[in-house]
Design a protein around this ligand. Structure first.
Ligand code: MN
Ligand code: MN
Length: 447
């Protein structure tokens, strides 16, 4: 029986009902650009590179920090002391990194291999037996740099992590816990089988070393000064008969990077000065000098806008959107969500008042006033939105960069689209949610 709806009650609406037919069409065409971006950008460095190029193409400037984080500043009409509008997204995604001395030969299986160490929270069994590419940079002995992007072109070779056939996995894998079935140290990459006939021993390894030297001028020691990342070689694709979804690697959090980039490039003469920030290392806890925990870059940007301003005053008056994805309610696994407060795909952007886990530990918890302000903005602009949280109480959880900015005295809230299969090699978003995300960030920057 249907619950009788009171005019004072709250019901979540679908983005399909909120948007007009024209807006739905706009959302679909907006996402063509988004898919193109995702196809070009598979690492944090590539993201910063492409973001800089797009920005320069619009005759705007990017401030880049050590190849892995960046910012776009837009001057506003009001004085800087009244605070900034800041949107932060992260451009790193879970993946496998090569170890410093990666190359070895497995003579029993006749395979040359690379040792890896996974980066971020992955479900390891999702990363075996899929086509993978190698991206990144190697600094050679003489200091010169080789840039890699191998496995993206249809004519490029790809790589893979071998897994056991089902006929033989019964004892060693099938009865183990899912998280233990594939060990981290077993996520080695298969890279070749050819032997170097001229070598007495290490024939497999030497064949690879010869090839790497011939093609890239590399020697084995060069891997020590390298950042090589193993990522899915899948292309971004439309998903569903209605093409309403996007499937691609790295949508957490490049969906927010792309939508905030598009938003800031479409904003003219805003009231408040804004900084759109793209940071690195969120997936490993925002550690390091290119991450959200390192506020030095942000301070230097504020000084760049006005060297005489009181930075603490600016920060206390600043308003921030922590632009990151949320967990979408997943079919067959609804029991881990508290359905009233969880976000679902196709219902617009998800706004999380707080993050963290068990007892709101480690959370940013936005004030009622600030949530009210964002809620009014969303309603005024008729943007489809919903509230979200990361699972039932005491059932896990997670954080974003929000807390690192709220501790600087700023008002911060998490706003981003729900994602299905988060951190999997192929993550899923709704085109309407992606578009709602762009509209939200644009509204925020023009407030
Ligand atoms: Mn994220
Ligand atoms: Mn993540």
């Amino acid at each position: 029986m249907d619950e009788e709806k009171s005019e004072f009650g709250y019901t979540k609406k679908s983005a399909w009902e909120c948007f007009s037919d024209e807006q739905i069409q706009e959302a679909y065409s907006f996402c063509e650009g988004y898919k193109d971006f995702l196809g070009k950008v598979k690492t944090e460095r590539e993201a910063i590179d492409v973001i800089s190029k797009i920005t320069e193409h619009h005759n705007r400037k990017t401030y880049v920090n050590k190849h892995a984080s960046a910012a776009i500043i837009t001057k506003g009409l009001k004085p800087l002391s009244e605070g900034l509008r800041i949107i932060i997204s992260h451009v790193d995604s879970p993946r496998l990194d090569l170890k410093q001395i990666p190359l070895f030969e497995d003579s029993e299986s006749n395979l040359a291999m690379f040792q890896t160490h996974y980066y971020g929270g992955i479900k390891k069994f999702q990363w075996v037996t899929i086509p993978l590419s190698i991206h990144g940079v190697v600094i050679k002995k003489d200091g010169s740099k080789v840039t890699f992007s191998l496995g993206e072109d249809i004519n490029d070779p790809v790589f893979f992590v071998p897994d056991l056939l089902p006929h033989l996995s019964h004892k060693i894998q099938d009865n183990k816990k899912l998280k233990d079935a594939i060990q981290g140290e077993y996520l080695d990459l298969a890279i070749g089988t050819k032997l170097d006939k001229n070598s007495e021993k290490n024939k497999l390894k030497n064949a690879i070393l010869n090839k790497l030297h011939e093609e890239y001028g590399l020697i084995e020691e060069d891997f020590i000064s390298a950042e090589l990342e193993i990522v899915p070689s899948f292309k971004p694709r439309d998903v569903g008969f209605d093409r309403s979804m996007i499937g691609a690697y790295g949508q957490d959090d490049r969906v927010c990077a792309y939508t905030s980039l598009k938003a800031v490039l479409d904003v003219e003469n805003p009231n408040y000065t804004s900084i759109v920030l793209f940071v690195d290392k969120e997936e490993i806890g925002s550690e390091g000098n290119t991450s959200a925990q390192s506020a030095t870059f942000l301070r230097s940007l504020i000084t760049e806008i006005d060297p005489n301003v009181d930075i603490d005053k600016v920060m206390l008056n600043s308003k921030v959107i922590s632009a990151d994805v949320d967990a979408a309610i997943t079919p067959n696994y609804t029991e881990v969500f508290e359905l009233k407060n969880a976000s679902a795909i196709g219902k617009g952007i998800s706004m999380s008042k707080y993050t963290g886990h068990g007892g709101k530990y480690s959370a940013n918890d936005a004030s009622a006033e600030y949530v009210g302000e964002i809620r009014r903005m969303l309603n005024d602009h008729q943007i489809p939105w919903q509230t979200g949280e990361l699972g039932k109480v005491d059932n896990g959880g997670g954080g974003t960069v929000a807390k690192y900015f709220s501790r600087l005295g700023m008002s911060v809230i998490d706003v981003g689209p729900p994602v299905l299969c988060m951190h999997a090699p192929f993550e899923i978003t709704s085109k309407l949610d992606v578009y709602a995300c762009y509209l939200t960030y644009k509204a925020f920057l023009t407030q």
